[in-house]
Design a protein around this ligand. Sequence first.
Ligand code: 16G
Ligand code: MG
Length: 527
Amino acid sequence: MDPEAVRKHSALHAKPDGLVLQYGTAGFRTKAERLDHVMFRMGLLAVLRSKQTKSTIGVMVTASHNPEEDNGVKLVDPLGEMLAPSWEEHATCLANAEERDVWRVLMDISEKAAVNLQQEAFVVIGRDTRPSSERLSQSVIDGVTVLGGQFHDYGLLTTPQLHYMVYCRNSSGRYGEATIDGYYQKLSTAFVELTKQAFCGGNEYRSLKVDCANGVGALKLREMEPYFSQGLSVQLFNDGTKGKLNHLCGADFVKSHQRPPQGMEMKSNERCCSFDGDADRIVYYYSDADGHFHLIDGDKIATLISSFLKELLVEIGESLNIGVVQTAYANGSSTRYLEEVMKVPVYCTKTGVKHLHHKAQEFDVGVYFEANGHGTVLFSKAAEMKIKQLAKELEDKKRKAAQMLANVIDLFNQAAGDAISDMLVIEAILALKGLTVQEWDALYTDLPNRQLKVKVADRQVISTTDAERQAVTPPGLQEAINDLVKKYKLSRAFVRPSGTEDVVRVYAEADSQVSWDSAGKCRQPCP
Ligand code: 16G
Ligand code: MG
């Protein structure tokens, strides 16, 4: 580690004057042209984190569902998890350091985090399809190499694929092989095994239309299709050959506008889904015979998956606990259905995958989904071992249930929520249960709901508690919400400062659209 070399290279990736950024819920995210210094410095930081954990660390260059002009970067911790909170602070500190202070900040972090600088470092890098991503990932590599770190550049990957690579490398291959082929093999084999049990192999269950947001998901799904094509045929739309990334398409567009993406040819009652720009989010939808659009969001995905898993767990007769984790955005109908009909315990955490992930780790089987389509199922190591053992030992129906559970474990990317994994699990469940998309949708009816964003002078004046469901400050805000909400049946509303944009988000739901709209009309000035 040579301070002079770091200074010299750092000057080639100079920080724009006065720019202050924060490592937020999804890493750093802003206009691509402001990120060169951040990328270089995250390369440096990844080396320190790798030395400290004596493990491979991942760096993903993506801005997910943001516009094509944006970009972003996040670090992936050894087990494929999000970066530890104390290192998020280090990341913010390093990204905002003035040029002359970069070396000193690196040394400060090394001291605070007890990094052994003699230790070797290995970093793996992935990127999405944005025009700026290739150049920015080169800046990451520059940061890694100037501190003497080794690296492997995977090039184009979905975010969950990079998480998978990191996890594989740190579990000495036990989890899977750290190659793109290893990923395709692992997921597809589990999918094909699982769907073998399906009685109804009709065409209805075999084909799916996928809107890939003009992102990296299209490339990867196309590469992967031959591996699972005996179980499912996918037709890709918005595959990046024409349109712009995330423009009028993708999971975020479909969820927030509650309408189909542009460029998708939807026939009535056909099952369709959308990925976001880095393929870690998925939502389903269809259009009914009257042309009405029906969104099947993360809440309904969680319901389908957890009811399937609960049935299998009951069948094998082991007392493995299952829990569902949601956020304040979960539709009230989904929470009621899970708790009252399915009798599954439901927990609410703050927004952001890392919070849900953390909570879900408390269960043998932890199902977590945000309404926006980020999510997965985590099986504890003990649960995985037990289920895989039972799949060999049990007899008949029980054995079949255990084998199916074992396939589900392999099919979920246990390192992170993954649109491709989620899609394959959902497709397998629908085929196994013989459910049409309409029948799935009819499990419960969503309460009408709306989300708005409001620009305010300083969004940080709003602070929240109770997993963001109650506002603590400014004084009087929560009382004003309470007064409005109590006028309507089954209604609920909250406000929270966004973690990714300079806005305040407002969510409201009520028993009927009429109630919702009339509440919306009494716009009162914010206290
Ligand atoms: C990020 C989060 C997502 C969350 C969203 C909320 C990850 C990988 N992504 O995209 O989980 O729903 O932020 O954004 O954690 P907001 O704070 O602007 O509402
Ligand atoms: Mg994403």
